[in-house]
Design a protein around this ligand. Structure first.
Ligand code: FDA
Length: 401
């Protein structure tokens, strides 16, 4: 039996941050992971350049049944704290739109930093380690948990679950954290694939397929939340950052509403062109505002539905203009579903935060058992928010393990 002050299950973003920080406090730490390599999601993040945090970290950019849960940790570990680490290692980074911070080189730079910090603190990292059982114990050296694993038995005073969410099973994601939470009596909220493209069916799917590959700046809204960013039509439905963002707020059966001309006013534009006596077709005038292929397909589909066919701008009636305006500014559709965990960046929902302390991340009813990162019911927006949650929750829990 090997004794550690703290055993962490999951060598991802949260687990590595927690391990490195706890080791700095003088704790003897082991991190166990069933994968062959640590930090696989860090490596895939940000298209290989890891969007590691965001200057605009705020509790309102996180979704949870308890929106107050994340406040304390986000106050105690800010983007500037992670940047201090990045700067300590002289890692080159750059700010992209909306405060997103990316590595200038590769995601591996971030993993390297975390592993260096773990090494400096003597953290033991064990990969290809299957957890076969976890039991509470009153063992020697104050151990509160005993683990049976494929790498032998471990005992620890603090056990941290950092096994992440369900997305991308191909890189080792499992529902282990949710299962162990249930085993120890914690509640788990319903889980959904999130930050994920939508799938469409029937005529909507045909429309998306006709436009596959076309990207349009839009505003998309659902359940009183909206995002302005680009939308990408795909062979399965709708994707792009605007769609991924709104998927965090979408429930099956909800309609989403899309404005394809945000910041413009379709009726005023047409009225102005009519007043100018413009003889050109609507299609050619709209290509000044939207991609040509989008305008052709969109107008063809909606003009036909309205009984309108290509004609000079001056010949559109008020009713036709209103009909088309609705389809450019307030187009509604009900997605058939999402592309699921195979594509999703995160899992929305998870361990009920009512059962976990927002200060220490310890289970309220199970002394010594901690939950951090994506396994909890805290889901961030696209843009570095989820990794920041992993850093912040890992750092805060490490003060109490
Ligand atoms: P994480 O998933 O990182 O780690 C969990 C670890 O637990 C893994 O190493 C896994 O192998 C291990 N594990 C699971 N089950 C186990 C078991 N039964 N036994 C032992 N070990 C087990 N976020 C962001 O802020 N910026 C970005 O750029 C991106 N980009 C991005 C791209 C893609 C493609 C994905 C899929 C996700 C992102 N994300 C992101 C989200 C971000 O990667 C994610 O939220 C964090 O990695 C979550 O950190 P955790 O440590 O909680 O879990």
């Amino acid at each position: 039996m090997r004794y550690f002050d703290c055993v962490i299950i999951g060598a991802g973003a949260a687990g590595l941050m927690c391990g490195a920080t706890a080791a700095k406090r003088g704790k003897r730490v082991a991190i166990l992971d069933h994968s062959d390599k640590v930090g696989k999601k860090i490596l895939m993040s940000g298209g290989g350049r890891c969007n590691f945090t965001n200057y605009n970290i705020e509790p309102s950019h996180y979704v949870s049944a308890n929106p107050h849960f994340c406040i304390s940790a986000l106050r105690r570990y800010t983007p500037y704290d992670f940047l201090a680490l990045v700067k300590k290692f002289q890692l080159e980074f750059e700010e992209k739109n909306q405060g997103q911070l990316f590595c200038k080189n590769k995601s591996n730079d971030i993993l390297r930093i975390l592993l260096a910090e773990c090494d400096a603190g003597g953290v033991e990292t064990v990969t290809r380690c299957t957890i076969e059982g976890v039991e509470q114990t009153a063992g020697a050296q104050g151990a509160r948990f005993q683990l049976a694993t494929s790498s032998g038995p471990f005992a620890c005073r603090s056990l941290v679950i950092a096994t992440g969410g369900l997305s991308i099973p191909a890189v080792g994601a499992t529902g282990y954290g949710h299962a162990i939470a249930k085993k120890f009596g914690l509640r788990v909220t319903p889980r959904y694939a999130s930050l994920v493209p939508f799938t469409l069916k029937g005529e909507l799917l045909s429309l998306a397929q006709a436009l596959a590959g076309v990207s349009v700046p839009v505003t998309v809204a659902c359940r009183e939340q909206s995002f302005a960013d680009s939308l990408l039509f795909t062979h399965k439905g709708l994707s792009g950052p605007a769609i991924l963002q709104i998927s965090n707020y979408w429930y099956p059966g909800d309609a989403i509403e899309i404005d394809f001309l945000p910041g413009e006013h379709f009726v005023s534009l047409l009225n102005d062109w009519q007043k100018q006596g413009n003889k050109r077709e609507l299609k050619s005038l709209l290509t000044g505002y939207l991609p040509k292929r989008f305008v052709s397909v969109w107008l063809a589909s909606h003009e036909i539905a309205a009984g309108v066919h290509n004609k000079p701008i001056t010949q559109y009636s008020k009713a036709e203009i209103k009909y088309l305006a609705d389809h450019f500014h307030r187009w509604q559709c009900i997605p058939a579903g999402t592309e699921g965990y195979g594509t999703a960046e995160v899992t929305r929902g998870g361990i009920d935060t009512e059962d976990v302390s927002s200060k220490s991340f310890e289970a309220k009813q199970v002394p010594g058992l901690f939950f951090i990162g994506e396994v909890l019911d805290v889901t961030g927006w696209l843009g570095g928010y989820n990794l920041h949650w992993a850093w912040a929750s890992g750092y805060c829990a490490a003060q109490y393990v």
